[in-house]
Design a protein around this ligand. Structure first.
Ligand code: GLN
Length: 472
């Protein structure tokens, strides 16, 4: 099956002339319309989307880094002329007039954006069940979630309905679905890839990143997208190194810290065993393993759900029924137009977060919740600075459990919030992190998380590549 190739392997075949970019586009379109039908990873692919991809395929220059390679795009990232709904009714029918910077850079490298992937509405969730349309399903067991919020991207890559995909990660939305579906998911350092054109949920936490079948593919996509962008004032103005150059250098000489707060009771024993094995193999490969402490870990969930909801309540104010997407019919006055458009357009989880965020920012509660959360965020950030003074990398599970059954937590959002415990601190601190498949527990994939300081992606990817070799 053509779509089971990695991006590197596809690129080789394209360059050799064994296949054409048109073949690659048609293979993805076929997979989206057959295999993906029951898995729900893509939002339905239209004829015009396929035609546009074929048009790009016919003019693709396969000598470029991603020449002729189709890439699936999370529905939160703007592609000029294409729908962008964030899996929300409020953006139904919205067509983006411009490319996100990440998309423009992928195009410049020769890639072909193809297919919009399902997600939790506005990236709020951990299971894809908050999609306004339908849930995505885990290819390893369709009764289970692929994770979220970039669940559709994980589903299409894991089921080989795509060569690679883009996701976004605000609190784990690339790493957790990658872990649940057994693929590679990279959350770059905050500001490494421009957020321009990523629909904003929590601006101080999030970023775009690759979801791929190999570490080398993640490096290749990062290479194409990284770098300063004048359209995003938080993008980092730091040189972009060659992410593929040191990939095979191994872990000898690297010091990896195991935070004791991430190896706690409550972790599924099968997950724990897979992580322990992966860490042992990294040690066998020459890494030095040491125990460390990240003392403020227990506050991360509370801090995240205050900061993220506060930012969301502000960011989502723009969906007013006038400028984008859904508009209520026959409003009696302006206020009625705003409130009914929003009441009809947003799903339950998004409303919950807008209300929570408005509450923590309201006068009287601002100091008690929002300001205090920002102070604790500083402490969490400092935990990482202190830890990285003595280690190069941190290793941990990505999640306490493997993928759960769809519907398990439908009436208990707090339970899903708590499951984000191992991923959200990286977003609060702005560091980079990656999930690499490291075995299974009860037949379901387990992901090893590696984290590294801001801009240390070369070290992160090199260690991830060593883990990939160590955990075949
Ligand atoms: N699960 C987290 C949340 O619901 C993270 C989501 C994300 O990273 N976009 O907010």
């Amino acid at each position: 099956m053509l779509t089971s190739l990695t991006v590197h392997a596809l690129r080789q075949q394209l360059r050799a002339g064994d296949i054409t970019p048109r073949d690659a586009v048609l293979a993805v379109a076929e997979a989206a319309r057959t295999r993906d039908r029951t898995l729900g990873g893509y939002l339905p692919l239209t004829d015009s989307q396929i035609e546009e991809a074929l048009r790009l395929a016919d003019q693709a220059d396969v000598s470029r880094p991603l020449g002729g390679v189709p890439i699936a795009i999370k529905d939160a990232i703007a592609v000029a002329g294409d729908r962008c709904t964030c899996a929300s009714r409020i953006l139904e029918g919205y067509v983006s007039p411009y490319d996100a910077t990440a998309i423009a850079r992928l195009r410049a490298a020769g890639a072909i954006p193809l297919g919009r992937t399902n997600m939790d509405e506005f990236a709020m969730g951990s299971s894809n069940e908050n999609s306004a349309f339908f849930p995505a399903r885990n290819p390893h067991d369709p009764d289970r979630t692929p994770g979220g919020s970039s669940g559709g991207s994980a589903t299409v890559v894991a089921a080989h309905s795509a060569f690679a995909a883009l996701g976004s990660d605000t609190g784990g939305s690339i790493r957790q679905p990658a872990s649940f579906t057994g693929i590679v998911g990279l959350k770059p350092s905050y500001g490494r890839i421009s957020r321009h054109g990523l629909v904003a949920f929590a601006s101080s936490l999030e970023g775009i990143g690759p979801m791929t079948k190999s570490v080398a593919d993640a490096a290749l996509l990062l290479q194409a997208m990284a770098g300063h962008d004048p359209l995003d004032s938080t993008s980092l103005n730091a040189p972009v190194p060659d992410y593929l150059a040191g990939l095979e250098d191994g872990v000898r000489g690297l010091k990896i810290g195991l935070p004791r707060e991430y190896f706690i009771d409550g972790i599924d024993p099968g997950v724990r065993a897979a992580i322990d094995t992966a860490v042992t193999r990294l040690a066998d490969a020459g890494a030095e393993i040491v125990d460390i402490s990240l003392p403020h870990t227990e506050f991360a969930v509370a801090v995240y759900y205050i900061v993220a909801t506060a930012e969301a309540s502000s960011n989502l104010a723009r969906f007013d029924g006038i400028r984008y997407g859904h508009r209520a019919e026959r409003p009696s006055d302006l206020n009625d137009l705003y409130s009914r458009s929003r009441a009809e357009g947003f799903g339950a989880e998004v409303k919950r977060r807008i209300i929570l965020g408005t509450y923590v920012l309201s006068s009287g509660y601002y100091d008690a919740y929002y300001v205090k959360a920002q102070k604790v965020r500083t402490l969490i950030r400092r935990d990482f600075t202190n830890a990285f003074a003595s280690v190069d990398l941190i290793a941990s599970p990505v999640t306490p459990t493997t993928a759960w059954k769809l519907g398990s937590f439908s009436d208990n959002p707090l339970q899903t919030y708590l499951a984000d415990i191992f991923t959200i601190a990286a977003n609060l601190a702005g560091i980079c992190g990656i999930s690499i498949p490291c075995g299974q527990s009860n037949g379901l994939p387990v992901g090893l998380q590696l984290m590294a300081p801001p801009l240390a992606e070369p070290t992160l990817l090199r260690a991830a590549r060593a883990a990939e070799i160590a955990c075949p």
